[in-house]
Design a protein around this ligand. Structure first.
Ligand SMILES: C[S@@+](CC[C@H](N)C(=O)[O-])C[C@H]1O[C@@H](n2cnc3c(N)ncnc32)[C@H](O)[C@@H]1O
Length: 276
């Protein structure tokens, strides 16, 4: 027996997902995964055709549950602590001291990870701030992590990590900040709650506005899933969200110069950063 999803329907739901989230699904890579998901979901909610599923998703999903379930199924959440760690070093050694000198003393410096997946990236920032030591003594620094996938945000809040996820953390830092469990590691209690995690979609203008302004935005390894028009839209949203002289940092395979020229690119050793 075949799937409820046909090739034509894949085009329709693919276009819907793209419009809502910027995520661009390709039939040869994503058809089977999406088709299986829809078959399972149809059983759960008791419907027997793609047409009914798509109708439910678009018109009967008043509280957004169906859309959230779909998002949780289509996102790629790969991440780990200290990934592309040079960027965290540039953050604590160059960017934050510069912003610390520029901003009034009483102003909190705000850092956003959009997206944060299961929390390894924002917690890597916290660990670097703690290792650096001086900055967090001198001023309030707030770290916020957002992701469209509610399952990863729930995991980020739980702060339990696999061996693979912590493999790149220096052993001393790991020993100091994590408790070893039978399966993997758990962040120590003092660090749980140091990042403010929220479910949010970077294309949802209202949600983005509600987050407020930031001094630094990390947006690593998400834009690669978008097409050019969506990348530009997100880059302009970040431009609006960053305070003057603030910075945006992208993943290693993502280049702001290919998206927009509104930011000033700076190279610090091998790390590219983008200033407003
Ligand atoms: C590969 S992970 C990157 C995590 C982390 N920044 C890193 O580099 O290790 C990409 C994340 O982007 C999230 N994502 C995809 N589209 C999004 C959107 N429109 N708004 C917010 N998050 C999104 C996914 O749910 C996924 O967790």
């Amino acid at each position: 027996m075949g799937y409820l999803l046909s090739n034509i329907d894949f085009g329709k739901i693919g276009e819907y997902i793209y419009r809502k989230t910027g995520i661009f699904l390709e039939a040869d890579k994503h058809f089977d995964k999406l088709a299986k998901y829809i078959d399972n979901r149809a059983k759960v909610i008791g419907i027997d055709s793609f047409r009914k599923y798509f109708y439910t998703l678009r018109f009967e999903d008043k509280d957004g549950t169906e859309f959230q379930e779909l998002m949780n199924a289509v996102t790629v959440n790969e991440t780990y602590f200290y990934r592309e760690k040079e960027q965290f070093e540039v953050l604590v050694n160059r960017i934050l001291p510069e912003l610390h000198a520029l901003r009034p003393r009483q102003q909190t410096i705000r850092i956003l990870c959009a997206p944060c997946s299961t929390g390894e990236e924002p917690y890597s920032i916290i660990l670097h701030l703690l290792e650096e030591g001086r900055l967090i003594e001198d001023r309030d620094i707030e770290v916020v992590g957002i992701d469209i996938d509610s399952t990863v945000i729930a995991k980020a809040k739980a702060a339990k990590y696999s061996e693979r996820s912590v493999h790149a953390i220096p052993p001393k830092v790991l020993a100091k900040n994590f408790k070893k469990r039978t399966l993997g590691y758990e962040l120590i209690d003092d660090l749980i709650g140091t990042v403010d995690f929220k479910v949010a979609n970077v294309f949802d203008k209202m949600q983005m506005r509600q987050l407020g302004k930031f001094d630094v935005i990390f947006s690593r390894n998400m834009l690669i899933y978008f097409d050019d028009a969506s990348r530009k839209e997100v880059a302009m949203t970040f431009y609006d969200m960053v305070n003057p002289s603030g910075y945006v940092l992208l993943g290693h395979a993502e280049y702001m110069s290919r998206i927009t020229s509104v930011f000033k690119a700076k190279k610090i050793e091998s790390t590219l950063i983008y200033q407003k």
